[in-house]
Design a protein around this ligand. Structure first.
Ligand code: WTA
Length: 680
């Protein structure tokens, strides 16, 4: 049965695209999974009911080791700046490393899988992780003078040195801000300036599609770009991808660039005590895209974040200490922070870090890795699943691995793709969780609990324990379950994983996430401050949530969050460009990709060369992941009478769908002209 869901907002883009809902049937977890699952007690939802809020979250906090136990679960006196586990002290590195030594000293904490298949896999025990983290922490503190509360920017690829660096920062209370390695040096600098961090930690190179990337080159770009902004990057600390060998052709700049592997020789076997941090101390910043051009630094806490990471990794990912867990995401995004590093390591599991592209050198690679390491929990994105399904639909069958559990995250997954994941990748033996959450939320918000709820392809599931979800229409009326209408998905209550603020911009924090449905401006009652997620969603009769996508100007490209405004600003760095507008178009593999429309300043003529130059500007300002599908140089943008560019009309042109009524535009005649251009 195909049903059409009404969408209320005229400006929505993503939600409009994904409005055809087909009800899928349930799939049930195999008894073998249930028999060993961490959570099969349905009472958890009673324990985490709103009557028991916020005390219920003690259950998550108690998964951690506190050097000083907390006194107050939740302080709302400065709403919506929530303070969790007030009075408590702990160290995140201690919780992820030291405390496991007694039982698991000799167990693999990290399996690092290089992209080049002939390079051996590195199995790093908890003891070794402990040593490496301590040495680096000592170096950062003693040589770089870093201290509690300082910010450090990381621009590191998917290597074991990345979690080592994050944990070393956490050990001394330094706030890390890892920027996705695929971002350009220029994008790195914007984030360094915003966070006030003048030390950059990077790596000389890393492998992607079999090619050793000159990653140090990006650090040089960053330093040059910093100068243009009168900002000085004081130190560039460089890990060697091949220890003992410098893999970049770029020269080292005396007094600025230091090879970490050389420097660490002075810190051999140095251990330093973990600094006990207040539960409220920031653990890291994670920059993400929003509606305005400037990326925002989401600030996550130590106690609340780590408790939520551990609690959800245990409940949703079903991680036990004996599991081999592989999340094939990038640590440069929140998924990697929570579910490659902090969640699994807090639980004492073995976490796999794969350097490269899932389909390198062929679509059988992930399944060979799974077989080789005995991976039993697998976690990835719909984009990766779609790519593997297209390039090697029968590959999983050829490999002798067995997953008990699989996760999907980051984008909606089409039921057809879900079924391939279930039947072919999971061999019908593994449960699937479709987890909906965001950079801001620290951990999963909606998902089935695999030992409790049946799965439904294409649908995330109910709210997690303690996450009380509500869908509001534009006027703040609740849309009841089963109403078959989409609305804005919100969370009624705070939870420990929620980010604390936007670094340096608390006003924007309140405005973007809480002002929308705030009931009383000065209220200190959390009930007055629903969290506004910026996603459209529908709740079906059974209480499951189906996420339709962003209602703001964020485009989700292959699960990477990009701001339309960021891409538009990049296009505007090209002299000839007067106006730019970006819209998402559907893509078979990546879900969505950006289409870029530009209008030129008077006196300039369109040309293929100019299109290419604009596209190149987007890549160098942001990243190859932001590369537009096409640059359309147009004579004019469709505009409202007040001069606002109608992105909705452009989106319809790009996707070849109906533009609807355009008669109210200031220049309706342009629509036919653009349509002709796009579909000659
Ligand atoms: C989207 C990633 C559908 C959503 C953890 C959200 C999803 C944005 C899902 C956040 C899902 C995430 N189904 N859509 N299971 N998970 N999204 O901050 O639009 O990189 O707002 O966090 O991804 O992306 P972010």
């Amino acid at each position: 049965m195909e049903r059409k869901v009404e969408v209320f907002d005229d400006d929505v883009t993503e939600a409009e695209i994904a409005v055809h809902l087909r009800e899928e049937g349930y799939y049930h977890a195999p008894p073998k999974f249930i028999a060993q699952a961490n959570l099969t007690d349905p009472d958890i939802f009673k324990r985490f009911s709103l009557e028991n809020f916020p005390e219920c979250f003690k259950e998550y906090a108690d998964l951690l080791t506190w050097s000083k136990y907390w006194e107050k679960t939740l302080d709302t006196s400065n709403a919506p700046f929530w303070r969790w586990f007030v009075g408590g002290k702990l160290n995140a590195c201690y919780n992820c490393v030291d405390r496991h030594l007694e039982k698991h000293r000799n167990k693999a904490a990290i399996h690092f899988v290089p992209e080049i298949e002939s390079e051996p896999i590195i199995h790093m025990t908890y003891q070794e992780l402990f040593m490496r983290v301590n040495e680096l922490a000592a170096f950062l503190r003693n040589f770089c003078g870093l201290k509690t509360g300082d910010r450090v920017t990381l621009h590191m690829p998917m290597v074991a040195e990345l979690p080592i660096t994050m944990l070393a920062c956490a050990r001394i209370g330094v706030i890390h801000s890892q920027v996705f390695s695929g971002f350009s040096g220029r994008a790195v600098v914007d984030r360094m300036i915003d966070s006030g961090s003048d030390i950059l930690i990077t790596m000389d190179g890393y492998y992607r599609n079999g090619v050793l990337q000159n990653h140090k080159g990006q650090a040089d770009v960053a330093c040059e770009h910093a100068h243009e902004h009168d900002f000085n990057i004081e130190k560039v600390l460089i890990w060697q991808r091949h220890p003992g060998t410098y893999s970049s052709k770029r020269p080292l700049v005396e007094g600025r660039d230091f090879i970490i592997n050389d420097m660490l020789k002075h810190y051999h076997h140095t251990t330093i005590d973990p600094v006990q941090m207040s539960a409220e101390a920031p653990l890291f910043l994670m920059y993400t895209s929003g509606t305005t051009g400037k990326p925002k630094g989401c600030q996550h806490s130590t106690g609340g974040y780590l408790a939520y990471a551990a609690g959800t990794a245990r409940i949703v990912q079903d991680i036990h200490p004996e599991d081999v867990y592989w999340c094939m995401a990038d640590i440069g995004w929140i998924t990697g922070h929570t579910y490659i590093v902090y969640g699994p390591l807090a639980l004492g599991a073995s976490t796999v870090i794969y350097e490269g592209v899932p389909t390198y050198p062929d679509a059988g690679r992930p399944w060979r890795i799974a077989e080789e390491l005995g991976v039993n929990i697998f976690h990835t994105s719909p984009t990766a699943i779609r790519a593997l399904r297209r390039s090697g639909p029968d590959e999983p069958k050829k490999h002798n691995y067995h997953f008990k559990h699989m996760t999907t995250v980051g984008e909606p997954i089409e039921p057809e793709v879900w079924k391939w994941y279930y039947e072919v990748v999971g061999k019908g033996e593994a449960v699937i969780v479709d987890t909906w959450w965001q950079t801001e939320t620290g951990g999963v918000l909606c998902s089935t609990v695999p030992g409790l709820h049946p799965m439904k392809p294409g649908t995330a599931g109910p709210g997690m324990p303690g996450i009380h979800v509500v869908i509001y229409d534009e006027d703040g009326n609740e849309i009841p379950r089963g109403a078959n209408r989409a609305g804005n998905i919100c969370i009624r209550n705070p939870w420990p994983g929620i980010f604390q603020t936007i670094w340096g911009d608390s006003e924007r924090f309140v405005k973007s996430y809480y002002a929308h449905y705030n009931k009383k401006e000065k209220s200190t009652d959390w009930r007055d401050w629903p969290y506004f997620a910026s996603d459209g969603a529908v709740q079906t009769e059974d209480g499951y949530y189906r996420i339709l996508g962003r209602i703001d100007d964020v485009i989700n490209v292959a699960g990477h969050r990009l701001g339309s405004k960021e891409i538009e600003s990049a296009a505007l760095t090209v002299d000839e460009v007067a106006e730019a507008a970006v819209v998402p178009v559907a893509d078979e593999i990546k879900g969505r990709i950006p289409d870029l429309y530009v209008a030129l300043k008077p006196g300039f003529q369109p040309s293929h060369e100019l299109e290419q130059r604009i596209s190149a500007a987007v890549v160098s300002e942001i990243s190859p992941i932001a590369r537009p599908r096409r640059v359309w140089i147009v004579p004019d943008m469709p505009k409202t009478r007040s001069g606002k560019i109608m992105r909705r009309v452009l989106a319809a042109i790009s996707s070849g769908s109906d533009t609807g009524d355009v008669s109210t535009l200031a220049n309706p005649e342009i629509v036919a002209e653009l349509r002709k251009m796009a579909n000659p």
